[in-house]
Write a protein that binds this ligand. Structure first.
Ligand code: FAD
Length: 421
């Protein structure tokens, strides 16, 4: 293999580039990134960067020496618009064609939004550095009343940041209990209390009907001086007739995989790029990883893992798949990534951590600490089998139980008939 094109210059793309060199690839690497920046870290965008505690330079995933070391050609500020399945040629939005022997798909995800709200001043999503800059500006102009739509992790972190900045903030959530699908009703309810106890107004079971807007005067309120002439948000409207006054609205309703450019390529793009457990796609010489990828689970089914650690764990495996020329479904020798997915979220002074795949109705038992203090480690079990570990703070105990969970899952997979596939 002489040339590899990595599409997506985020966390997954950067780790793929490093892995290519670490695994001995000495050919040409071209990296295409839709954003103008070299790879940067997203988790701080809703936390320390939004609070103004760190600047853009501190988000960089690699310093100049590391960038020089990997010796890649960077085509940042350019979007891939097409992949030719026969020649593995990637077409860019300026018409440039880049042909290579291998393609790494690492285009991540895009923030989901509500229909018809793309050009309303004061309305924000948070996925990119540009989004974070705009939101940070909006939150530092006066004392905006902020409404966060969606109490998922990014929405919850934005609410916590507003609180830290001394701003009035309301969170609306469609579910009766925030995060119930991910953490179950007990821990989800504790997350809701965490907001309320910090003075954040929380409306659960709130269906958003739309926004109230007025002509935008372009006076900078909400951080949108550049959107003069459009409309500006003044309130979030509930389906039950409630109206919540807002100068800034943050839509935190999740993301969708960035796969539009792959339409017609032959890659399976139903809910992310379908891969086997080693990152191989339906096309030879094309692998995927990170938020955009939907990996087969050796225990059955497939899923996307939209977490920092998943992207990092998938990189060595996906790159080995590419460099060894392994096709989809052929067994590889690498350990399967994501068997025990992990993520963290920092809200107020609380770190929430989850490992595993618990279902919302799994049994939950406290191992250390207490729910009442919001300082605990708990395990989820289904029919006696460990399915997950969740913690608020208590990192040491969490790490130990996460290791135990991993060992248990490995044992279960090794002894199952599907393990050999
Ligand atoms: P991305 O980081 O999204 O990178 C994909 C890159 O591809 C982007 O730069 C994008 O511009 C580019 N791209 C897209 N389409 C194209 C195209 N057609 N052509 C060229 N380039 C393209 N995870 C945790 O575990 N803990 C956290 O606390 C946490 N906090 C987060 C906070 C925020 C605000 C966000 C947005 C995410 C957070 N995450 C967190 C998730 C974590 O950041 C992601 O899982 C991780 O960034 C995934 O990396 P990726 O490279 O797959 O995708």
């Amino acid at each position: 293999m002489r040339a590899v094109t990595v599409v997506g210059a985020g966390l997954a793309g950067w780790h793929a580039v490093r892995e290519l060199r670490d695994q001995g690839f000495d050919g040409t690497i071209t990296v295409i990134g839709a954003e103008p920046q070299r790879p940067y870290d997203r988790p701080p965008l809703s936390k320390r960067f939004l609070r103004g505690e760190i600047d853009e330079a501190e988000l960089a995933l690699a310093d100049e020496a590391e960038l020089a070391e990997v010796d890649a050609h960077w085509r940042t500020g350019r979007r891939a618009v097409r992949l030719d399945r026969h020649t593995r040629t990637v077409e860019l939005d300026d018409g440039t064609l880049i042909a290579s022997d291998g393609v790494v798909i690492a285009t991540g995800a895009l923030a989901r939004t509500l229909p018809g709200l793309t050009d309303v001043a004061g309305v924000h999503t948070l996925r990119t550095l540009a989004d974070a800059r705009a939101l940070r500006t909006a939150l530092t102009e006066g004392t905006p009343r902020t409404v966060v739509i969606g109490a998922g992790f990014v929405g919850a972190e934005v609410a916590a940041t507003c609180h830290a900045l001394g701003l009035p903030v309301t969170v609306v959530e469609a579910l009766d209990v925030p995060l119930a699908r991910v953490l179950g009703p007990t821990v989800g309810a504790i997350c809701g209390e965490l907001h309320r106890d910090h003075g954040v107004t929380m409306h659960c079971g709130f269906g958003v009907a739309g926004l109230r807007t007025e002509p935008n005067r372009g006076d900078g309120a909400g951080g949108d001086t550049d959107r003069t002439g459009s409309t500006r948000v003044t309130a979030v409207l509930g389906r039950d007739g409630r109206e919540l006054a807002a100068d800034v609205v943050v839509i935190g309703i999740g993301s969708r995989p960035a796969v539009d450019w792959l339409a017609g390529s032959g890659v399976d793009i139903a809910d992310g790029v379908g891969c086997d457990a080693g990152g191989a796609t339906a096309l030879p010489g094309v692998v995927a990883l990170g938020d955009v990828a939907r990996y087969a689970d050796p225990a059955g089914g497939s899923r996307r893992h939209e977490h920092w650690t998943a992207a990092v764990e998938q990189a060595p495996v996906a790159v080995r798949t590419l460099l060894t020329g392994r096709s989809r479904g052929e067994s590889g020798t690498d350990p399967v990534p994501n068997r025990v997915p992990y993520f963290w979220s920092d809200q107020y002074s609380t770190r929430i951590q989850l490992a595993g795949h618990p279902d919302a109705d799994d049994d939950l038992a406290v191992v250390e600490g207490s729910f009442a203090d919001r300082d605990f480690v708990s395990v989820y079990r289904r029919q006696g089998r460990l399915t997950g570990v969740v913690a608020m703070n208590r990192g040491r105990c969490f790490t130990r139980l996460r290791r135990e969970l991993r060992a248990e899952v490995e044992r279960a997979v090794e002894s199952s008939p599907a393990a050999s596939t």
